[in-house]
Design a protein around this ligand. Structure first.
Ligand SMILES: Nc1ncnc2c1ncn2[C@@H]1O[C@H](COP(=O)(O)OP(=O)(O)OP(=O)(O)O)[C@@H](O)[C@H]1O
Length: 337
């Protein structure tokens, strides 16, 4: 669906060349929600803005639905761009125009007539839950409502791709949730492919199927969000994942432990509890649960337990092997022996 091949974006500045995107290749599948995460300056915005050629890449190729955007002429590019919607952190609404006018602007650009515009805006307002705000001005709307207008405007011309530039970063947590639910709904109902950039793992965890992690303009790791939560390879991915999966066990508790402390990842709560209780019944070990948590990675439960296992060391090892064979992953985080 979206194919990025060896993309480079360099900026010329007074101090010399700055590389925003450094040889990135990515494939985003049709109908998926793809997250790009990274700290400030990692190159996320540069990459996203290259996807619709708001920024002209220095080299490399971008193909959307097989069309090589990077080699289109101006008029063709303008047409292709209508199929790529975009929403922004600060909404970018025209303050002197009503909600209706802000949305119809995109349809006028596509040369739709008055009746078509009226019908489409009505549909869009219904889809984003703002039918009653048709004649309101942006200043009369909350942040979440403004972003809904941004989404309606982005969807006006039936795009196949929606690019989201830190779309929830200016919103409070509950409004963020409602905008993320709306993005999931339009992804599901319209089959829209969504690429979002964010520095918040919560957003990725909530809505993304796959993700890429960026650092210094390059993609350092890419994969299914669930897999990266259980098995991150790159230290930066681990850092991002840890913002969600962090457990603070008091150091005094850790140092006093006579056994092994293990962290277990499993799919679903019941599954994990059953494995642990089976292990404790089968082997002569004692288990003490220090921490337990269920995270939902795009609605798929990922359970994490931290357990202290004590007893005969050989028996503890056998219990660990047993648990390991029945769970997604097990890490020994402390070994008193
Ligand atoms: N217009 C520009 N001119 C010069 N350098 C730029 C320009 N835009 C981005 N850069 C540089 O490119 C690099 C990547 O920036 P970019 O904004 O893409 O990162 P980001 O991950 O989106 O960060 P943020 O979340 O802070 O926007 C940075 O070093 C930045 O200073």
């Amino acid at each position: 669906m979206i194919e990025v091949r060896n993309l480079v974006k360099e900026y010329k500045t007074k101090k010399g060349k700055v590389t925003g995107v450094d040889h990135v290749s990515l494939h985003v599948k049709r109908g998926e929600i793809f997250g790009i995460v990274g700290y400030s300056g990692a190159g996320k915005s540069s990459l996203l803005r290259c996807l619709n050629l708001l920024e002209k890449p220095s080299s490399g190729e971008i193909l959307i639905d097989g069309i090589p955007l990077t080699s289109l002429r101006k008029a063709e590019l303008r047409k292709a761009r209508l199929k790529i919607g975009m929403i922004f952190q600060h909404f970018h609404l025209v303050s002197s125009k009503t909600v209706f006018e802000n949305i119809s602007f995109a349809l006028k650009a596509a040369h739709k007539n008055k009746a078509e515009i009226d019908k489409r805006v009505t549909e869009l307002l219904e889809m984003v839950g703002l039918s009653d705000k048709r004649n309101a001005y942006p200043a009369q709307l909350s942040g979440g409502q403004k972003q809904r207008v941004g989404i309606a405007r982005a969807l006006a011309n039936d795009p196949s791709v929606l690019l989201c530039d830190e779309a929830t970063s200016a919103l409070d947590p509950s409004t963020t949730q409602s905008i993320l639910s709306l993005l999931k709904k339009i992804n599901r109902e319209l089959g829209l492919t969504i690429v979002l950039i964010t520095h918040e793992m919560d957003v990725v965890k909530e809505v993304c199927d796959r993700m890429a992690v960026m650092q210094n303009g390059a993609v350092v790791e890419e994969g299914h969000v669930y897999d990266l939560f259980t098995n991150p390879a790159n230290p930066l991915t681990k850092e991002f994942i840890n913002t969600i999966l962090q457990f603070s066990i008091p150091a005094s508790l850790l140092s006093a432990s006579p056994g092994k402390i293990v962290k277990i990842f499993f799919q679903g709560a019941a599954a994990g509890e059953a494995v642990i209780s089976d292990a404790l019944q089968t082997f002569k070990v004692k288990g003490n649960i220090l921490h337990g948590k269920i995270e939902y990675i795009k609605d798929v439960p990922l359970g994490i337990f931290i357990i202290e296992l004590t007893g005969d060391p050989a028996e503890v090892d056998r219990a660990i092997h047993y648990i390991q064979s029945r769970t997604e992953k097990l890490e020994v985080i402390q070994d008193a022996a």
